[in-house]
Design a protein around this ligand. Structure first.
Ligand code: ADP
Length: 614
């Protein structure tokens, strides 16, 4: 200690670094307190005994060089304490000419560990940069890549990195160079760009969609000098998006093209789906209701709740289901739509209710058809009744006809036996006239039940009516009845029994005459539309009471009293016209007049020819 005159032990003990001195025999002569605390007091021991607990000189010991006058600064690893020290070894010449060595050391184990870690991290990053499957780049503001990883080369189809680092980015990489301009603008503004979708050109000229995320690199003055970031190839994602969209479009088309109204709502009733049929059937457009209206609005009061109750019960197709249930909805215009509803609740993977779907079949048309069918059935029943009545009438008429002719013949015979001026002759003639009337009635009854089977032929309606009017002109005029007729020419022909048609129009004219006892106007008009002929026969007579309008075509309905009317005329007309495929309608107002409208189908020679061929 006496040799190290400058240093006092107090000063050396105040150091945080370890300090020791040893002589040329490697014997430790001084240790400061930091070193004693770490290695124990070793003064007087050989330094390798102290530091390495070894009888041999430590392999890292370079004391000889120091004793030769060299100052060494180096790191030394000491296995005994598993530490690395930064060591300064300074030669000291003693007064006796011998050398000593002053060593100052500092524990740098922690610093070394950090350095190693840093190094390892840097290595990791380099590995990541090279091996990551995403394209990584550093580029200059001017438009050149400064560094890129292999993934980016592969993505863009380049083999040589050198070639790639030489391309001009706006010109050779961007499909639209203006995208690069925009990229630079965003960088100037925000210092970064996130998820920017662009199209890049590959080396072979093909294009790929890329998602670009990057941030700016600055110089010390804070100016942007370049960029670094990632390019993600979107080809797969785009493909998946396309497939997903196609699948969605397909499902959507199925829903949209369904003829049934398909709707879906969340559990609060907010509308999520509203297909085209729903628009048509319920009268609301999808854009008016999706996310804007509650489904409750189309339900009559309380019914929406009932549907939910049924859906949640077991009884209507299982929990969460409702199978074809009669339902009415209220359309946008207030009209009620009748139909059938099938519905289901949609559950998520944990069984929670998330939505409900309804498919509604509009049954308005079908119900209308069913009603029409019922009407037709009723009419058929009426026709059958008429036919039965006809058969009965025919039997009675037949039975009565022969004896009546017998009576008539007898009366005629009697007539020849009584002189014309005899009083009894008058009574006889009265009896005869009544039998004639009776025979007339029987004839009508027979024609009602067993219509004239005259063969049908093409008939010009105008000429039939003309003939009838001509025959009755005189009689009508005598009754102060004025005739007005308007015939439409070239109406086309109807296939008909001329006799039956004559009988129909004759009956109409006779009824009109009876309805106008004080005179009036009989108007007869024909019209046609190429498919049918319409004949209107109007009078200005007494008209028909409303309560009788439904009965006048019934057999034996008459208001003309027993003597004058039989009540068979119109029912015979009805039968004839229906048999000809036509129709007969009446319009009347009491005290004003009556109009009968008869329509008959026009015979199409082309169609009938095809019929015959077929
Ligand atoms: P009838 O002439 O024997 O009474 P119809 O069957 O021809 O039998 O007529 C039935 C009933 O229809 C008539 O009794 C009459 O009440 C009513 N009717 C028919 N045609 C007319 C008409 N043009 N104006 C007023 N009533 C009519």
């Amino acid at each position: 200690m006496d040799q190290t005159t400058i240093l006092t032990t107090e000063i050396l003990d105040a150091f945080e670094d370890g300090i020791y001195v040893m002589n040329q025999d490697l014997v430790v002569e001084y240790m400061n307190s930091v070193m004693i605390a770490e290695f124990g007091d070793g003064i007087g021991k050989k330094c390798h005994q102290l530091l390495n607990q070894s009888a041999e000189k430590c392999e890292w010991c370079r004391s000889d060089e120091v004793f030769e006058g060299e100052t060494l600064r180096r790191e030394v690893y000491v296995p005994l304490v598993d530490k690395t020290y930064y060591l300064i070894e300074i030669p000291i010449k003693k007064k006796d000419g011998r050398m000593s060595k002053l060593s100052i050391y500092r524990d740098v184990t922690e610093i070394k560990r950090r350095e190693q870690m840093l190094h390892a991290t840097r290595e990791d990053f380099r590995n990541l940069f090279e091996h990551i499957a995403t394209g990584v780049f550093i580029s200059s503001k001017e438009g050149k890549f400064l560094n890129v990883n292999k993934a980016l080369l592969d993505m863009l189809g380049y083999e040589s990195k050198e070639e790639f680092l030489n391309i001009d980015l706006p010109r050779d990489l961007y499909v639209r160079p203006e995208d690069r301009t925009r990229f630079k603008e965003m960088m100037e503004r925000d210092g970064r760009v996130i998820d920017y979708e662009v199209q890049f050109k590959r080396r072979d000229g093909s294009t790929i969609p890329v998602l670009l995320t990057a941030h700016a690199r600055y110089d010390v003055q804070g100016n942007i000098v370049g960029y670094e970031g990632l390019n993600v190839d979107l080809t797969q994602r785009k493909l998946m998006e396309k497939e997903l969209k196609e699948a969605y479009d397909f499902m959507n088309k199925i829903v949209q093209s369904s003829p049934n109204s398909i709707t879906a709502t969340d559990m609060k009733g907010n509308i999520l789906i509203w297909n085209q049929a729903a628009e048509k059937i319920l009268g609301y457009r999808a854009s008016e209701v999706i996310g804007k209206m509650n489904i409750v609005k189309i339900y009559p009061e309380g019914l929406a709740r009932k549907v939910m109750q049924m859906l949640r019960s077991e009884e209507y197709g299982g929990i969460g289901r409702l199978n074809s249930f009669p339902m009415v909805y209220v359309r946008h215009d207030g009209e009620v739509v009748e139909g059938n509803l099938s519905a289901a609740i949609i559950f998520d993977s944990r069984g929670k209710e998330i939505a409900s779907v309804g498919s509604f079949v509009d049954l308005r048309d079908r119900l209308k058809m069913e009603r029409a069918l019922r009407d037709t059935q009723e009419q058929l029943l009426q026709s059958e009744k008429l036919a039965a009545m006809g058969r009965l009438t025919s039997q009675i008429a037949h039975e009565l006809n022969n004896p009546l002719y017998g009576i008539m013949n007898t009366l005629e015979l009697l007539k020849t036996e009584i002189a014309p001026d005899n009083k009894r002759r008058k009574i006889l003639e009265m009896a005869l006239s009544e039998t004639v009337r009776l025979s007339d009635l029987l004839r009508k009854m027979l024609s009602f039940s067993k219509p004239d089977q005259e063969e049908r032929q093409p008939v010009d309606i105008n000429s039939v009516i003309d003939e009838i009017l001509l025959l009755h002109e005189k009689q009508l005029r005598e009754n102060d009845i004025n005739i007005e007729s308007s015939f439409t020419e070239e109406l086309g022909l109807v296939i008909a029994s001329k006799n039956q048609l004559r009988q129909v129009f004759l009956n109409m004219v006779a009824n009109a005459r009876d309805a106008m006892p004080d005179g009036g106007t009989l108007t007869v008009a024909t019209e046609g539309d190429g498919a049918a002929v319409t004949v209107k026969i109007s009078d200005t007579g007494i008209g028909i009471r409303e309560e009788n309008l439904g009965k006048i075509f019934d057999s034996f309905f008459t208001t003309k009293g027993e003597v004058k009317g039989v009540g068979l005329g119109l029912s015979v007309c009805y039968g004839f016209i229906k048999e000809h495929g036509g129709d007969i309608e009446v319009n009347s107002q009491e005290g004003v007049g009556t109009t009968f409208t008869i329509t008959l189908p026009i015979h199409d020679p082309k169609a009938s020819k095809e019929d015959q061929n077929g």
